[in-house]
Write a protein that binds this ligand. Structure first.
Ligand code: SF4
Ligand code: SF4
Length: 503
């Protein structure tokens, strides 16, 4: 057992209101520079939808992530392994183009104030931020927001491949449209494809907290990382000739603050905390069958209260403060204890360390004579929440997103989410459990106390309960390589020396 610490995240999708405040907070701090205009380290997509860059989930097109070798089951990067990659080093055919992201634009604001007097209202035409020429806008980072143009955009969502024609029709029928929001940042994966693909060794995972970073001095702009990341969360800066990615706001974390997108999140959907995992078992975890991947990933996350785990963590240099934080981690509760949060597309086998609580599915209802009639109940309990099998977003779709197709995993999560709602409804109505509540709790396999705890951490957590930020002790961790006092004067926000092409 080799215990290591990872700063991890949970996004509770039921609470996301799609306001994009998170994206704007990140943009204002990190990517409002030349060459970074088109980058959204945090973006929010509407699902079903094609996302940003368009159809990023289609690995037949982008060749991101890992695949099992047919002969011995070991893993290779889908972009043809290291040797294949070296053969393609001066030509990488699987990169998203600017059209797949979008051509960044601004407006001729000057025209609003300096237009000559005339009969018409002056307008501010959009102009390209790259060429300066007028632009007809055809795509943006949230172009199919709220399913706008869903027949053109959402209908091309790769996750719809498994749906029958009837199911698709039901999802996109006018007035029955159903969608939810999916905020995405870099997952700071345990088995990061971006780091494995980098020919310059510029991408590294920090030992003490698992944050994945690009060394701007070492990066030579090969862009293999852009292809190898199946989530398309590494971007190429055309001005500096370097790759860039989400840094999990490490300068904020090092000073005890939550990342900016977490801090500013209006829906308070975001949780951050430490997970302790067994690094010795990564190989066996990524080799699991698709249907077992979620459970295999859960299995390497270890109990931070277990004395053997604590001893191994200490022997491996994990400081006591990190272990204390792991014991209070909201992420551990959602992912391991309650099994409510799932990784996004575990079949890419990068072991993403950002987990999602799936959104509640809308109830099925018919309007009859002005009355709303809901369908028959969930597993014979209350009828208000409808049945899982008849959900308007089919379980198969959710399983394709969050459990590599294993519908049982997703159904188990939904049974718990439904049970918590039924429990709280009964509690609010009568102040006690009633005959409707017990079957729902039993079907979900949770106790009333657990349901209450899930409700507390979901609905009314304090700031400190959502973000348990450990002291990262960066100076101590770089001690063998660099004098901490020298580091202290050099570290800080932004570049002290401009990154340049070829340097
Ligand atoms: S999400 Fe992509 S960029 Fe982030 S660590 Fe994983 S593979 Fe690398
Ligand atoms: S700020 Fe929070 S609620 Fe708003 S879009 Fe981002 S994740 Fe969702």
């Amino acid at each position: 057992m080799k215990i290591q610490a990872q700063v991890s995240m949970v996004f509770h999708l039921d609470k996301c209101i799609g306001c994009h405040t998170c994206s704007v907070a990140c943009k204002n701090i990190w990517t409002d520079r030349k060459g970074a205009e088109y980058m959204w380290w945090n973006n929010v997509e509407t699902k079903p939808g094609t996302g940003y860059p368009v159809q990023w989930e289609d690995q037949d097109k982008y060749k991101g992530g890992w695949q099992k070798k047919p002969d011995n089951g070991s893993l290779d990067l889908k972009m043809n392994g290291r040797l294949g990659m070296l053969g393609n080093i001066f030509f990488n055919p699987n990169l998203p183009t600017l059209d797949d992201y979008y051509e960044p634009w601004t407006y001729e604001y000057d025209n609003l104030t300096h237009a000559p007097a005339g009969d018409d209202q002056p307008t501010a035409r959009p102009v390209s931020m790259i060429t300066g020429q007028p632009l007809e806008i055809k795509r943006g980072p949230n172009w199919d927001d709220d399913l706008s143009g869903s027949q053109v955009y959402a209908a091309n969502d790769p996750n719809l491949d498994d749906m029958s024609d009837d199911e698709r029709q039901m999802m996109f029928e006018i007035e029955r449209l159903v969608f939810f929001y999916l905020p995405r940042i870099c997952n700071h994966c345990l088995n990061a494809g971006c780091a494995a693909a980098c020919p310059s060794g510029a991408i590294y995972k920090r030992g003490e907290d698992g944050i994945v970073l690009v060394n701007q001095d070492q990066c030579r702009g090969w862009r293999m990382c852009v292809t190898a990341c199946p989530y398309k969360k590494v971007y190429y800066n055309w001005s500096t000739g370097k790759s860039e990615k989400c840094i999990l706001c490490y300068p904020r974390l090092e000073t005890g603050q939550a990342p900016a997108c977490f801090h500013s999140c209006v829906g308070r959907i975001r949780y951050l905390g430490v997970l302790l995992y067994d690094a010795d078992r990564i190989d066996e975890t990524v080799a699991a069958e698709d249907a077992d991947l979620v459970e295999a990933q859960r299995a390497i996350i270890m109990d931070p209260h277990d004395p053997a785990v604590i001893a191994s963590a200490k022997a491996n240099g994990v400081p006591q403060a990190m272990i204390d934080a792991a014991q209070k981690s909201p992420v551990y509760r959602f992912v391991k204890e309650w099994k409510l949060a799932l990784p996004l597309h575990p079949e890419f086998r990068t072991l993403p360390m950002l987990f999602y609580v799936p959104p509640m599915l809308p109830i099925q209802a018919l309007v009859n004579d002005g009355h709303i009639e809901v369908t028959q109940g969930n597993e014979g309990t209350l009828d208000y929440f409808g049945t899982l099998e008849q959900a308007r977003l089919p379980l198969r779709y959710m399983a394709r997103l969050f459990s590599a197709g294993n519908e049982d995993e997703v159904a188990a999560v939904y049974r718990k989410l439904i049970a918590v709602r039924i429990y709280r409804r009964a509690n609010n109505a009568s102040g006690e459990l009633n005959e409707d509540t017990r079957p729902a709790l039993d079907a979900a396999g949770i106790t009333a106390e657990e349901a209450q705890a899930i409700f507390e951490l979901t609905a009314k957590p304090t700031f400190d309960e959502r973000f348990v930020v450990p002291p990262l002790a960066r100076e101590e961790n770089i001690e063998p390589l660099i004098d901490p006092f020298t580091h202290k004067t050099e570290a800080g926000f932004g570049f002290r020396r401009d990154a340049k092409r070829g340097q």
